[in-house]
Write a protein that binds this ligand. Structure first.
Ligand code: HEM
Length: 532
């Protein structure tokens, strides 16, 4: 350390010595003062310079937008708050102004709370790209398509869109219906074991969502044991990818367990991908996403149109497994959030439950055993509106973090600096009183065709907008309409309302703060008789 100080002193002397003779006197002074600085003084000086620099940098980036006057914790900022995010604190930020800011560690974060600013950001791939925590790249692997940007991303996305069209989704329905039937039985059985006393159902909701996704993605190639294992362990991936996490994967930490789970799951997906390739090569019809992908590759060999050209190369098992993992990753938390709110709200609103039941029997001509199909789901207009309203009322994804690639003139009076995190918020536009009368009320009928809500397409930001708009949105609407319809016919569930039921807990997405207390009983869909 002392040699560093001496070197600094000598360097200072050398450069100054080249100047005038007046400076030569100063050289002596500088040398003397540098040599007399104690280690402690040097350290304190450096810290002070760092802190002042940190504040100046914050003020420059902040400009005129609302945010803490000073970085309260000069370096840490509201790091501790971000470890335990509170919905009310986010809401206060959105209410602070169309743009507001905060600083966490060295990261400067700008939050955009209006519909138009959110849309502008989501639709400006020239200036921004999705922001992921460092550890996500390690867990999802750097080779994953989801990290592509610009044209490369757009091209890859085109090849995936075909897996989630309505026609493609219809092929996955039979396997999904099996899962729905199984879980109706399972939820009743769990409740029976607990003497039909309401109990926490948060974990069960996550499990059914995982099982539904895995069946849709991998069909019969994934075994019941594998589904159970992935469903049991998946929360380790969510925990590893929290916004604030240690960027290096150390053994036995959250991120280490998350990576282990992700690797285990992708290994299973790789095996399934090979089975799907074999099935399609043998002339089999698609029954899951993997089959559909292999079929597109297979059919592309004999076609040369624009769509077929996207599949003129062989996607490896590893590549397919990584992409399928991103589908699970993107769907699991958001779908579980929607499931929790939907089951809670429908139980709390007997009028809504009754209308769903009436419709479910009507569209099936009073034959509850009629299998799910695209046309059948399309005819469930009221049930669809219930799902849509649940998504508006409690949008699972409230904000989507992006990172600024180059200085972005996001508003006439403000440019977001390169490297800043820019977060468009989705919640405020879905609770905008100008568009949604009584926005804090759950009103499925607001979505009837031609209504103001239905016409305000720009406010429908539940699934984002622009090049990264949710790939699974049609899947979500179809799956949940079918799911809540079947549960309403074949089961009767009770929700225990607690003071925390309507309060929002933020855990990647949003959940009822009391973790949802439910109890399910078997119900005869025709007579409506409930088993005691
Ligand atoms: C209720 C359930 C869901 C909600 C609320 C939701 C919402 C979102 C949102 C807000 C985004 C970011 C959009 C943007 O940046 O503009 C997104 C992206 C994405 N979602 Fe979903 N999602 C849900 C379920 C699903 C499901 C089931 C799948 C897969 C089957 C899926 C696949 C994806 C993918 C792959 C992306 C990234 C797309 C890209 O970067 O090109 N999501 N989703």
């Amino acid at each position: 350390m002392s040699s560093v100080r001496e070197f600094a002193a000598e360097a200072a002397i050398e450069s100054l010595a080249n100047n005038t003779s007046a400076s030569a006197i100063n050289v002596q002074q500088v040398l003397t003062s540098l040599q007399s600085i104690s280690y402690l003084k040097l350290f304190v000086t450096l810290v002070c310079v760092g802190l002042v620099w940190d504040q100046i940098s914050y003020q420059t980036k902040k400009g005129s937008i609302p945010g803490p006057r000073w970085k309260m914790w000069p370096v840490l900022g509201p790091f501790l708050e971000s470890l335990d995010p509170k919905f009310e604190e986010y809401k206060a930020k959105w209410d602070a102004g169309p743009l507001s800011c905060v600083s966490i560690f060295h990261k400067f974060v700008v939050i955009a709370s209006t519909r138009d600013l959110a849309r502008k950001i989501l639709q400006s791939p020239k200036y921004v790209k999705p922001c992921v925590v460092d550890v996500a790249i390690k867990i999802l692997r750097p080779s994953n398509w989801v990290f592509l940007d610009g044209k490369e991303h757009v091209d890859y996305r085109k090849s995936l869109n075909g897996l989630f069209t309505k026609t493609a989704l219809a092929q996955y329905l039979p396997s999904q219906e099996q899962v729905m039937d199984k879980y109706i039985e399972k939820f009743v059985s769990i409740s029976k074991d607990n003497k039909y006393e309401p109990q926490v159902f948060f974990h069960e909701m996550r499990e059914i969502m995982c099982a539904l996704s895995l069946k849709a993605f991998c069909g019969s190639y994934i075994t019941e044991d594998q589904i159970r294992k992935v469903a049991d362990d998946y929360y380790l991936v969510t925990a590893a990818l929290e916004l604030v996490n240690f960027p290096i994967i150390l053994p036995f930490t959250k991120t280490w367990y998350g990576k282990k789970t992700a690797d285990m799951t992708m290994k299973i997906f790789e095996q399934c991908a090979q089975m799907a390739k074999d099935h399609v090569a043998a002339g089999g019809e698609p029954t899951c996403v993997m089959d559909a992908w292999c079929k597109l590759m297979h059919d592309a060999k004999t076609h040369n149109d624009e769509n077929a050209r996207l599949f003129h190369r062989e996607f490896s098992n590893k590549e397919i497994s990584e992409a399928i993992f991103t589908f699970l990753f993107a769907s699991q938390d958001a779908s579980s959030s929607l499931a929790c709110w939907l089951f809670q709200i429908v139980a709390d609103r007997p009028d809504v439950m009754q209308k769903i039941r009436e419709e479910q029997l009507r569209v099936r001509d009073n034959d509850p055993s009629m299998p799910l199909s695209l046309d059948l789901i399309d005819s469930m207009k009221y049930t669809y509106m219930v799902v849509k309203e649940a998504l508006r009322y409690r949008p699972p994804v409230i904000m989507v973090p992006y990172v600024v690639k180059q200085k972005f003139p996001v508003a006439p009076n403000y440019s977001a600096p390169k490297g800043a995190m820019l977060i468009p918020t989705l919640y405020p536009s879905l609770h905008d009183p100008e568009v949604f009368e009584d926005p804090e009320e759950f009103i499925p009928e607001r979505w009837v065709e031609g209504s103001p809500a239905n016409q305000a397409k720009k406010n429908w930001l539940v699934f984002g907008s622009g090049p990264h708009v949710c790939l699974g949105q049609t899947y979500v609407m179809m799956t949940f309409t079918a799911l809540i319809g079947k549960f309403a016919m074949y089961s009767d569930w009770e929700h225990k309302v607690t003071p925390l039921s309507e309060k929002i807990k933020v855990f990647a997405t949003i959940f009822p703060k009391d973790d949802l207390h439910l109890s399910f009983k078997k119900r005869d869909p025709i007579s409506g008789k409930v088993e005691a």
